[in-house]
Design a protein around this ligand. Structure first.
Ligand code: CO
Length: 134
């Protein structure tokens, strides 16, 4: 069902430091920061040949990742995102198999303007898992 690994999201306490680490130390292509107020995050994209790394940093005082950063003050892997061809079909199969979809079960428009769903980490090896309709 799942296709490509679309991205791995890493919550970081300092976007400039994270950018410098990946750009200068790892020699990766790193974007400028993008504020996404409707998602409560600022993102930076690291473009790799086969996938992306996304840095997430809280934006505003009601960020959904504020708690994560509190528990992981040096940052950490937040979620992985896989592409699916049909998000509704994927959701129905996942639910039929007992996986919990976070929220009301309806896809939301994600950070890339495409429909996404998040799956409960307790059902996916302790890892918050996002699916995105490619
Ligand atoms: Co994501």
């Amino acid at each position: 069902m799942i296709g490509k690994l679309n991205h791995v999201a890493i919550v970081v306490p300092d976007l400039a430091a994270a950018t410098a680490l990946y750009r200068n130390t790892l020699g990766a292509k790193v974007s400028e920061p993008h504020d996404l107020p409707e998602h409560g995050v600022t993102t930076v994209f690291v473009e790799l040949d086969n996938t992306k790394i996304e840095f997430l940093h809280p934006f505003g005082d009601k960020s959904p990742i504020a708690k994560f950063l509190e528990s992981n003050p040096t940052g950490g892997v937040h979620h992985v995102c896989f592409e699916v061809a049909d998000i509704m079909a994927a959701r129905d199969k996942l639910k039929a198999d007992g996986a919990r979809v976070i929220g009301d079960g309806n896809p939301k428009i994600g950070a890339h303007g495409k429909p996404v769903l998040f799956l409960h980490p307790k059902d996916f090896l302790g890892t918050l898992t996002e699916i995105e309709q490619a």
